[in-house]
Structures are given as structure tokens and as C-alpha cells.
Ligand binder design. Structure first.
Ligand code: PLP
Length: 419
């Protein structure tokens, strides 16, 4: 059930009318629903059920500390890719023991910080990283729990930019050489092997690629067992898709039922790293129409949100639904391209949408809660949007709109300037 719906002609997030929130906070702004976040996380937790394991929310999808707080309170683990993301989890009240550290380029400094905090597990992506981690852990006199992120060479059948499990991608260790690398890991000081990990891509709308990857990981785990290396957990990464337009992604219940069935009687905990499928549908981006610019070739509606606020359409040709905050008569509708004020032809949030528009109308770009705000920038010296969390009929500012002063804080004039 979605927590975004029309009531009395106005689009709502839970018990809050979005036109009133747009008046109160201004546009563009991101609005998140706490109940939707909770529902999406719990659908995984319930599907995992009594089976040992952990749902580790991928912080990169939406890292606002209030979002992390909601999930930490529900008992979520977290998947991070930087020291900054770990600091966010800690600031949100999460614990490092519940965190797994992914990413191809961890620095020495990040390893030291994570080890000192007592991180749950590192997902190691290369032999060079493994050797450095062993060295750093030895220097810290600590032991590093690890999984190797293996690259199972399966086609995730998704957009090439978000496909990560093919041989030609930069991610993970080729599954063919993984047994050797595990043996190397077993011999290294201050390394404690816990798991096997993979992440094959994002926005997957079928289970087959996950199941192909799982088959390959299980073969590896059985092979390692024969070599005396006992794996305790299997981490299948994130990647389950959501419905942006007419996709029909599998349910978490089906996904986990199939995973459990494949595990058979192996004693393996299940770890997952979902990002998009927890936060995407929990957020919308509100924007206002600044100008209508019909031309002979195309009708442009220039809106106050731009590619710096949400880069997904420009970067991946992503399609997100657009809804008016106030229901209006479709009688006067036309086909519009919704474009932002940024000086790039790629600056659009939606193309060829049938909408009834007037200057000053407010719109919601639906399912913007994942890879939206986190990928925003200050391009064109635009302050990043405010973020708001709705909880029932209450709403909270969880990140202020950036001012000019915040944007230039940290910049310095050269000495001797005239300013
Ligand atoms: C290692 C890893 N885990 C998890 C995720 C989350 O993926 P998604 O948001 O598609 O669930 C990503 C996304 O890029 C990732 O790189």
C-alpha cells in the first residue's frame, strides 16, 4: 500500500497534504514518508523471518540521518561504502557491529576508523585490498571480519550503468579465482573469514539473475568447505527493483522464499543490502512550474527542480511518474517536457507527459526517495533542496535548503584580492 494518495483533490503523504507542505517549506523539496520506509524495510525483515541473517540498508540510496534513524530504530543493519556513511549511521544511532563495509576503493584511513568502531564485516573487492586490510588490522591489533565480494559473471538485465556483476565491470573478484583468494585470506594475519558476497546490479525486475548468482555462490561455498574454509553468511547484495512506470518486480516474500529453498540444509545466514527497494517509493520531489513555453516543436514547462536536484533522468534516462499536487481537469491537457533551469540540454526531469498545466502549478516527481537527493549537486550554484519527513499528520524539516552561504562556505579568495 502506498502512503501517497489523493484526498479531497490534494496529493497527500500519509496525513499531510502536499500543497500545504510546498507552501510551508518552498520548492523544490524532497518529502519522505516514515510509514512507507517502515513498510518497505519490514517487508524484507518479515520475509527473512526466523532465518538467521540481516537486512543491511544500502546507505548510498538515501543517507539522510533521519532516514537512517527510522531504519536503525526498526533494527536494520546498514551497508556502507565510505567512512562518511559509517559516521552517518553512528550519528543516526546505529551501531557499527550492524554495518558491512562495501566498495572498491577503501582507504587506509577508512579501514582504521571502521576497525576502531568495531565494524561488522568488510566486503573485500580485490587481493590488494585484502593485503592492506590485513596489514592495517595487524597494526591496530584488531581482527577484520571479511567476506569477499565475488563477481559471478551474470547478466542482471538492467541498465548498463547499474549492472555490476559482469566480468567487464570493475566490481568484485572473479569467481573463478575466488577459492585461491579465500585460501590467501585464511593465511593472512588478523583476517577472519565470515562470508561470501556479491551485488550484481540495481533495479532488477526478475529473480533469475539473483538465482543464477546464488547457484554460483553456493558452488563456491561448497568448494570452500571441502578446503576447510567454513562460510557463515551469504550476502546477495541489493538490487531488487521498484515500479517506476509499469515494471513488475518480484516481491520480497518470493525472493526470500526462493533463496531459502536454494540454501537447502546448509547452515548459512542470509544478508541482503537493499537500498532502492526500501527508500525509492518513500520519497517524492516537489516542484513548481515557473514558466510555460509552448513552441512549434515541443511544449516546455520550466520547473524549479533541475538535474542538480535529481540526476536520474539525465544519467540513466530514468522515468518517474509526475502527479499534480492539486487534482485538476484533464480537459486542458497537453503534452509537456518538464525541464529545469540548468544550462544543459540534458536538464529534464520528465519528457512527453500529458498534463494540464498552468504557471505556478505544483507537481510531485514520484518515487524519488532513492538516488535522488544523495546524487544532487550545487551545479549552477543552486542550493540543494530541503528534505522533509512526514510521520502521520506531522512533518519535520530533516535537512535545510542550502543557502548561498552554505554553498560557498569553505571557499577562499586569494590573498590580496580587492573584494
Ligand atoms: C555493493 C552494493 N550493495 C547494495 C547496493 C544497493 O542497491 P539497490 O539500491 O539497487 O538495492 C548497491 C548499489 O549500487 C551496491 O553497490
Amino acid at each position: 500500500m502506498s502512503h501517497f494518495y489523493y484526498h479531497g483533490g490534494e496529493l497527500h503523504a500519509e496525513g499531510c497534504a502536499l500543497p500545504a507542505l510546498a507552501d510551508h517549506y518552498g520548492t523544490p523539496c524532497y518529502v519522505y514518508s516514515r510509514a512507507e520506509l517502515r513498510q518497505n524495510y519490514l517487508s524484507y525483515a518479515n520475509a527473512l523471518g526466523e532465518h538467521p541473517g540481516k537486512i543491511c540498508y544500502a546507505v548510498k540510496a538515501n543517507s539522510n540521518i533521519a532516514v537512517l534513524q527510522v531504519l536503525a530504530e526498526l533494527g536494520a543493519g546498514f551497508d556502507i561504502v565510505s567512512k562518511g556513511e559509517l559516521q552517518r549511521v553512528l550519528a543516526a544511532g546505529g551501531s557499527a557491529q550492524q554495518v558491512i563495509f562495501s566498495g572498491v576503493g577503501k582507504t587506509r584511513d577508512e579501514m582504521v576508523f571502521a576497525l576502531q568502531q568495531g565494524i561488522g564485516c568488510f566486503n573485500v573487492e580485490s587481493t590488494a585490498e585484502l593485503e592492506l586490510l590485513s596489514q592495517v588490522a595487524s597494526e591496530c591489533n584488531l581482527s577484520a571480519n571479511i567476506s569477499l565480494r565475488v563477481n559471478p559473471d551474470v547478466d542482471a538485465q538492467t541498465h548498463p550503468y547499474i549492472s555490476t556483476g559482469l566480468k567487464e565491470n570493475k566490481f568484485g573478484i572473479d569467481i573463478a579465482i575466488a577459492p585461491e583468494v579465500y585460501q590467501q585470506a585464511a593465511a593472512l594475519p588478523n583476517i577472519n573469514i565470515l562470508g561470501v558476497d556479491c551485488h550484481i546490479g540495481s533495479q532488477l525486475t526478475q529473480l533469475e539473475p539473483f538465482m543464477d548468482a546464488l547457484d554460483r555462490l553456493l558452488m563456491l561455498i561448497d568448494n570452500l568447505q571441502q578446503k576447510g574454509i567454513v562460510i557463515q553468511h551469504l550476502d546477495l547484495g541489493g538490487g531488487l527493483g521498484v515500479c517506476y512506470q509499469n515494471e513488475t518486480p518480484p516481491s520480497t516474500a518470493d525472493y526470500l522464499a526462493q533463496v531459502k529453498q536454494k540454501l537447502g540444509n546448509r547452515s548459512l545466514a542470509i544478508y541482503l543490502e537493499p537500498g532502492r527497494s526500501i527508500s525509492a517509493t518513500a520519497g517524492v520531489l516537489l516542484t513548481e512550474v515557473l514558466y510555460l513555453k509552448p513552441t512549434v516543436h515541443r511544449n516546455f514547462a520550466i520547473i524549479d527542480a533541475a538535474m542538480n536536484d535529481n540526476i536520474r533522468p539525465a544519467l540513466y534516462q530514468a522515468w518517474q511518474n509526475v502527479l499534480p499536487l492539486q487534482e485538476n481537469s484533464p480537459a486542458a491537457s497537453a503534452v509537456w517536457d518538464l525541464v529545469g533551469p540548468v544550462c544543459e540540454t540534458g536538464d529534464f526531469l520528465a519528457k512527453q507527459r500529458e498534463l494540464s498545466l498552468e504557471n505556478g502549478d505544483r507537481l510531485a516527481l514520484m518515487s524519488s526517495g532513492a538516488y535522488g537527493f544523495v546524487m544532487s549537486s550545487n551545479y549552477n550554484t543552486r542550493g540543494r533542496a530541503a528534505e522533509i519527513m512526514v510521520d502521520g499528520d506531522q512533518h519535520f524539516l530533516i535537512r535545510e535548503r542550502e543557502s548561498f552561504e552554505t554553498i560557498v562556505a569553505g571557499e577562499h579568495l586569494l590573498p590580496g584580492g580587492k573584494a
